[in-house]
Ligand binder design. Structure first.
Ligand SMILES: NC(=O)c1ccc[n+]([C@@H]2O[C@H](COP(=O)([O-])OP(=O)(O)OC[C@H]3O[C@@H](n4cnc5c(N)ncnc54)[C@H](OP(=O)(O)O)[C@@H]3O)[C@@H](O)[C@H]2O)c1
Length: 264
């Protein structure tokens, strides 16, 4: 898919990965509708990009926020591409998770992209030559201790994406799934950063994710998993989960210590 002269709705545009994606998409000649919750951040980003772009500040986890977005897009269409990138994370052992944090996380990471897709689908279908991207995670393929609600949201998103791709297979729209591994953004608290350091996990620059997206769209690759060990680990988890159980069991003391370290 070529994004030149296409209108691309990018959620989570003000975040670490979103800003890099916005820069790379703008360089390729896309016209962006930048979506986040803070208008000042979005306007600063829009002004820093090549070309003319629009922005709207809404809370995607609220009914009103989503409907403001749908109306804004209807006024500023056609809409060719939707990139569902907004997300939040939580690093807690199950017994310490707060009920409202679990609901908020599932709402932002799973329910909202589903409802945003549904709301924008008529506009995407009207344009007919674009598609939808879901930003998942390695944790959408590997259940990881300390991230159970986040994993549930990303596993769910991957399933939704697969079903939608099959449902739209007789339309002109394409459906893509992009799974970054750990990436250096504000999504990761200091405890997550320390976890990645202690476990020796590679942490990517957001530009790596943005470039992977552009390559994925350019080559029409439906699924893109970033990072070699993570890619293999995800496949191994699907084929021989017991091996991954054993490996993660060894990491559990470090995971538990860091998940609980802010409670000391
Ligand atoms: N960073 C990683 O290690 C990593 C790894 C794998 C996958 N991912 C995925 O990559 C995506 C982007 O993450 P990131 O690392 O760039 O995170 P980030 O820097 O924290 O940015 C998150 C973005 O989502 C927006 N957002 C959050 N809740 C929202 C809501 N209710 N309504 C509207 N916008 C909302 C934020 O808007 P505001 O600025 O207005 O708050 C921000 O633009 C997420 O889906 C994440 O799960 C990240």
């Amino acid at each position: 898919m070529d994004v030149q002269n296409k209108t691309v709705v990018l959620t989570g545009a003000s975040g670490g990965i979103g800003q890099s994606m916005a820069q790379e998409l703008a360089k390729q000649g896309a016209r962006l509708i930048l979506v986040g919750r803070h208008s000042a951040k979005l306007e600063t980003l829009a002004q820093s990009l090549d070309g003319e772009h629009l922005s709207i500040a809404v809370d995607l986890s609220s009914h009103d926020g989503r409907h403001q977005l749908f109306e804004y897009c209807a006024r500023n269409g056609p809409i060719n591409v939707l990139i569902n990138n907004a997300g939040v994370s939580a690093f807690e052992m199950v017994e310490n998770q707060n009920d409202s944090e679990i609901s908020d996380l599932l709402s932002t990471n799973l329910t909202s992209p589903i409802l945003v897709t549904k709301g924008l689908l008529p506009l995407l279908q009207m344009a007919g030559d674009g598609g939808v991207v879901y930003v998942g995670s390695t944790f959408g393929s590997i259940g990881y201790p300390g991230f159970s609600a986040y994993c549930a949201s990303k596993f769910g998103l991957r399933g939704y994406c697969e079903a939608l791709r099959r449902e739209l297979s007789d339309s002109g729209l394409q459906v893509f799934y992009l799974a970054p591994r750990a990436t250096n953004t504000a999504l990761n608290s200091s405890r997550i950063t320390e976890l990645n350091r202690e476990l020796g996990n590679t942490v990517d620059d957001p530009l790596i994710v943005a470039k992977a997206l552009l390559k994925q769209l350019h080559t029409d690759k439906i699924n893109c998993y970033i990072g070699w060990p993570e890619k293999i680990f995800a496949r191994l988890n699907a084929l021989l989960p017991v091996l991954v159980d054993t490996s993660l069991r060894k990491q559990l003391p470090v995971i538990r210590r860091l998940a609980n370290s802010h409670r000391d």
